[in-house]
Ligand binder design. Structure first.
Ligand code: PGA
Length: 255
């Protein structure tokens, strides 16, 4: 596999989103990943976002070279929100980041851009990096609305002040998630370029340095190609992050 590093000045991030998968039995996958990552250090930052029930157990393993993140947070610090978790609680459990605005949250829980923006603010308040997701549905892509949709999500879901340190964008076409389908390189390049332009317009230099991840059916077999697209600064990986072997296969794009 060819050696690849994304845009030279931006250190890539490859984050695994375990979604609602994993019990204590899967903790061994993290240990395997840590071993692999420390044997041959990738040039990208590596992160796993497990279900909240596993966060502190993973943190207790002190996974050298693998940062941890949450998958969602409530916008409030604490209070009467049964079943919810605050950004501060995730931080306390060992998270360094939190995914917000994933299309599954936007669809399953009716989260609006405004709600997502409040979660980004909560992440920043707690000292977590927000990984904010945008992406179009197949219907929207077919209608030629992709750029309009992702730009509107970006505008509405980010607060006025964001830095390259505390904010990461993930472009995840909804139709590519868990489907085995991926956009063409040209399609990925077009969206990432539009996102970069919008980020620079809004955040200046910080927008130029902000990481823009691609997510949606990233696998070892397509990682090198996708990760070498201009303005792709890493990946948000679902299914293929559950097994250390597959996830490390994706990290090979940065070894
Ligand atoms: P997938 O999920 O890699 O299983 O397509 C990506 C995501 O939803 O973050």
């Amino acid at each position: 596999m060819a050696k690849r590093i994304s845009t030279p000045k931006i250190k890539a991030l490859v984050a695994g989103n375990w979604k609602m998968n994993g019990t204590g039995r899967q903790l061994g996958e993290v240990s395997k990943l840590v071993t692999a990552v420390n044997r041959k250090k990738p040039s990208a930052d590596v992160m796993i976002c497990p279900p909240a029930t596993l966060l502190s157990r993973m943190a207790a393993l002190k996974p050298k070279g693998v940062a941890l993140g949450g998958q969602d947070c409530n916008a409030d610090i604490e209070g009467a929100h049964t079943g919810d978790i605050s950004a501060e609680m995730l931080k306390d459990a060992g998270a360094r980041a939190v995914i917000v605005g994933h299309s599954e949250r936007r669809a399953d829980h009716g989260e609006s851009d405004k709600a997502v923006r409040a979660k980004v603010e909560a992440a920043h308040r707690a000292g977590l990096m927000a990984i904010m997701c945008v992406g179009e549905s197949l219907k929207q892509r077919k209608a030629g609305e992709t750029l309009k949709i992702v730009q509107a999500q970006l505008r509405g879901s980010l607060p006025a002040v964001c830095t390259a340190k505390n904010t990461v964008i993930a472009y995840e076409p909804v139709w590519a998630i868990g489907s085995g389908l991926t956009p063409t390189v040209a399609q990925v390049e077009e969206v990432h370029a539009a996102l970069r332009k919008a980020l620079m317009r809004r955040f200046g230099d910080e927008g130029a340095k902000m990481r823009i991840l691609y997510g949606g059916s990233v696998k070892p077999a397509n990682a090198t190609e996708l990760m070498s697209v201009p303005n792709v600064n890493g990946a948000l990986v679902g299914g293929a992050s559950l097994k250390a072997k597959d996830f490390y296969g994706i990290l090979q794009a940065y070894c």
